[in-house]
Design a protein around this ligand. Structure first.
Ligand code: BGC
Length: 254
């Protein structure tokens, strides 16, 4: 099935047409800067522009950087607070005229990694950490997702919130070298390891490409691998989520 996948991040909004049976991108990936402030209206305008660029009027899957409970955004760490309480898929469907399905960005990126990437066929517990403006997490057990784990907001033993200590934004704005930042990420990953005992940790986001640079700093017993989708997981996973939701709606209706 062909679905437009959109990955809304705190810094950029990416989109591409996805073939959900293979996870392949059928179009160029478009990227626009996330508006500031990222209010619902401002984001809707950007989405409208992306839909026009893709000449798309069909189903859209969206990964969004909030806990999304039954379609309603519950948090807004890196977007405008006006999103809290908003039924975001319904809102964007109404604004754009396309049918939207939305879920947490890290959860959908995780779905792509589990279906086509490093988590493929992996039983046991897999923790996926997406490293970007925020720290996103997706937790799978035997391929099943526990949705909306907001483990990037965990307070570490040094009293710091993980996302404000070890995200990509912190690395870049703090001008941290791989060693310093790697040590920070290590504190986060070893903490997560002690709490969840994963069998595999998959790192996503652009920085996962540089795993070789900071892996010497990682001391987890759990194997840590880079996501095979890198920055594409968000758009592919968003499309997979929409397909799954569509199937459930149709099944429910039938
Ligand atoms: C948000 C999460 C999101 C993550 C990555 C965090 O600030 O709370 O919902 O998955 O950033 O974008």
């Amino acid at each position: 099935m062909q679905i437009l996948g959109i990955d809304v991040g705190g810094t950029g909004i990416k989109s591409a047409l996805v073939e959900t049976t293979t996870g392949e991108l059928l179009s160029d990936r478009q990227r626009v800067v996330t508006p500031r402030p990222a209010t619902p209206e401002a984001v809707a305008e950007v989405l409208d522009d992306l839909l026009r660029r893709h000449r798309w009027q069909g189903v859209v899957g969206m990964g969004f950087p909030s806990a999304i409970q039954h379609g309603v955004a519950r948090t807004a760490a890196n977007v405008d607070q006006a999103f809290i309480g908003l039924p975001i898929a319904d809102y964007f469907s109404e604004k754009t005229g396309c049918r939207f399905f939305a879920a947490n960005d890290a959860d959908v990126a995780g779905m792509a990694e589990m279906r086509f990437g490093m988590g493929k066929g992996h039983s046991g517990v897999v923790l996926i950490v997406t490293i970007g403006t925020g720290l996103g997490t997706a937790l799978f057990s035997n391929g099943h997702l526990l949705p909306n784990t907001e483990l990037g907001h965990f307070f570490l033993e040094n009293g710091q919130e993980a996302e404000r200590y070890a995200s990509e934004t912190v690395r870049v704005t703090g001008n941290l070298g791989w060693e310093d930042w790697g040590a920070r990420l290590n504190l986060y990953l070893t903490t997560m390891e002690r709490l969840f005992w994963p069998d595999l940790i998959v790192l996503g986001g652009g920085v996962s490409d540089k795993l070789r640079e900071f892996s010497p700093m990682l001391t987890t017993q759990t194997p840590v691998v880079a996501a095979s989708f890198l920055n594409r997981a968000g758009v592919v996973g968003a499309a997979l989520f929409a397909e799954e939701s569509l199937r459930e709606t149709e099944h429910g209706a039938g």
